[in-house]
Design a binder for this molecule. Sequence first.
Ligand SMILES: [Zn+2]
Length: 408
Amino acid sequence: MINVTPIEIDQMMDWISSISEEDSPGTTRLLYKPSWVHAQHALRAKFEELGMKVEFDAVGNLFATLEGTVEPEKIIATGSHVDTVVRGGRLDGQLGIMAGYLAVKKLLEVYGRPQKSLRVISMAEEEGSRFPYAFWGSKNIFGIAKREDVENISDSDGVLFVEAMHKAGFEFLDGEPKFSKMDAFIELHIEQGNFLEKEGIKVGVVNAIVGQKRFNITLKGEANHAGTTLMSYRKDTVEAMSRMIVKAIDKAKEEGDPLVLTFGHVSVKPNTVNVVPGETVFTMDCRHTDQEKLNRFVSSVEADMKEIAKAMDIEIEIDMWMDEPPVPMDENIIGNIQKVCEDHQLNYQVMHSGAGHDSQIIASYVPTAMIFVPSIKGISHNPAEHTEAIDIVQGIQALAESLKSLAY
Ligand SMILES: [Zn+2]
């Protein structure tokens, strides 16, 4: 098995995460900003040092290819996104790129050139942190990002997307995408949850990415005097919301893993101590790996909400504004990674991803799977995001050996 040391991993991650906007705690590298341009070009040089052929596509995704000796047209790919959130950590996204770098470097040293081509992709953008558009990188690989979706959007400083893209030296994809053909894709990423850490497991083999539905729920009752309105005369929207939430959360707990349900934002009107709240708007976020179960659960919660509203004579409007399906990972690639973990006695478990990743876009076109490494306390999108390098070693070994089993 390939050998990678914690020191090598730390060196790589210190190097890449230091390419950040100045004065930012943690790493901030937003799409098409100078730090982003710097990182993509620094990565280009790094991959070229390994003897890989490095190309950019029109929009700025980077593709580093180690050509195969027997079937070079077959592409076994890995990688992740180079952009970060504002004040992000040193691992989210970029770990997957550096893991790909280390895996290819070690495989070359130990086994020489592969039969099929190995490719590491540094994807332009995943987070949607600078502009309100996510997965710009992976969607462009397959030509499914629409020009009109970004043509009129701008960042918080008022810089237009198109302007920023041109300034960075890139352009809209014109015609057929050039790098869409791959025979396998494996993305290594931090878990961004605390399952692996809690269970003492080093490698997560991801079998599915959850589907998500998000809602705004508006309740309209009657604002009234908190002292003079008797309890039986009230149309209190906070009471209605509370009954709805308790019922839904009880149901979610009964349903059990992997369903998760969150009411993360509440806004009450008039939001005053001595007035019965006449209007309440709250959000609901529900995720599951099984589409049918997700649909069924959400419909039953909606029915409960309507019933509670009706009984209390409160108006209700339920608006679903996000409906992303779950994305299963490829069974063969999952089996392949599992076998590698068994053969090399890596400490692994099959699990799902509760967060979205580039792999959910790629999986529609290419047999895809993911490898997770632990996240300390599950903290991510935060400068405190951390994993000890010693806890990343097995993940990179699993990645490298899986790439080897597919390409050599
Ligand atoms: Zn990420």
